[in-house]
Design a protein around this ligand. Structure first.
Ligand code: AP5
Ligand code: MG
Ligand code: ZN
Length: 231
């Protein structure tokens, strides 16, 4: 048994599968770093950086941002994480070239992934979730509209000053349809890459948020106390 905080995993799944939602819970359970390529791009966008300006058009159309900028951005972020610390990637890799670049970068550090968790949800449910999804402008935590009132929360429960809640620009109907199509054409083939390496584990994302979390912990062989077996 080794410490859970050393685990390295990918949270894989289509837009709206619950990658960000599960990442928040896993961060609390395992204490590992959350690296979301989408959150990194949105951070650049809100800071008006050159990279953010470059990404803006691709993101609003629901297309992939080119590998030349995406791979460097994520690998740099991973490079800032201590060797002994674990991390979970969310939204990366999204094509086979990114998966290969990640494998190479990790091998250069003498590391490899421990598991790729594939969260499965059907298209109809994804569209329903994304049209109800709001996020915090500060920490990017996702929220859903209240089932009874139909209203989104006004402020983030996690941010000390209560970050503002807003709807993402790429959660419009046109962009969502395109994101799903890009996922099935360009991203889903990465599943085979990881299946061949024996890393892939499927989990149904069509359970309650807590039930998905417990399924993921079971897959990772992690007890509630945070011990993990990497055997
Ligand atoms: P990114 O930010 O990665 O978006 P995405 O992959 O489209 O995924 P989402 O964030 O929309 O969904 P999620 O799985 O995190 O679901 P969430 O937890 O929020 O990417 C955005 C864009 O950036 C891309 O389109 C691209 O342009 C660019 N980009 C990013 N990475 C890139 C890369 N590697 N290469 C190139 N370009 C890249 O949940 C959704 C909703 O459902 C929430 O309201 C939540 O409360 C609710 N929910 C979650 N789980 C459940 C459940 N079990 N039951 C009911 N409701 C649930
Ligand atoms: Mg997300
Ligand atoms: Zn917040």
């Amino acid at each position: 048994m080794t410490a859970a905080n050393g685990i390295r995993l990918v949270l894989f799944g289509p837009p709206g599968a619950g990658k960000g939602t599960q990442a928040q819970l896993l961060k609390e359970s395992l204490g590992i770093e959350h690296v979301s390529s989408g959150d990194l791009f949105r951070h650049h966008l809100s800071n008006g950086t050159e990279l953010g300006e470059l990404a803006r058009g691709y993101m609003s159309r629901g297309e992939l941002v080119p590998d030349e900028v995406t791979i460097g951005m994520v690998i740099d972020r991973i490079g800032g994480i201590a060797d002994s610390a674990g991390f979970m990637l969310d939204g990366f890799p999204r094509n086979t070239a990114q998966a290969q670049a990640l494998e190479t970068a990790l091998l250069e550090r003498g590391q490899r992934l421990d598991r790729v968790v594939h969260i499965q949800v059907e298209n109809g449910e994804l569209i329903r979730r994304l049209s109800n999804r709001y996020i915090c402008r500060v920490c990017q935590r996702p929220y859903a509209r209240d089932a009874d009132t139909g209203a989104p929360p006004k402020k983030c429960a996690d941010c000390p000053d209560g970050g503002d809640i807003y709807q993402r620009e790429d959660d419009t109907e046109g962009a969502v349809v395109n994101r799903l199509s890009v996922y099935h054409q360009e991203t889903a083939p990465v599943l085979e890459f990881y299946r061949q390496r024996g890393l892939l584990a499927d989990v149904s994302g069509e359970q309650t948020i807590d039930a998905v979390h417990h399924s993921v912990l079971r897959i990772l062989n992690v007890s509630e106390l945070g011990a993990v077996s990497k055997s």
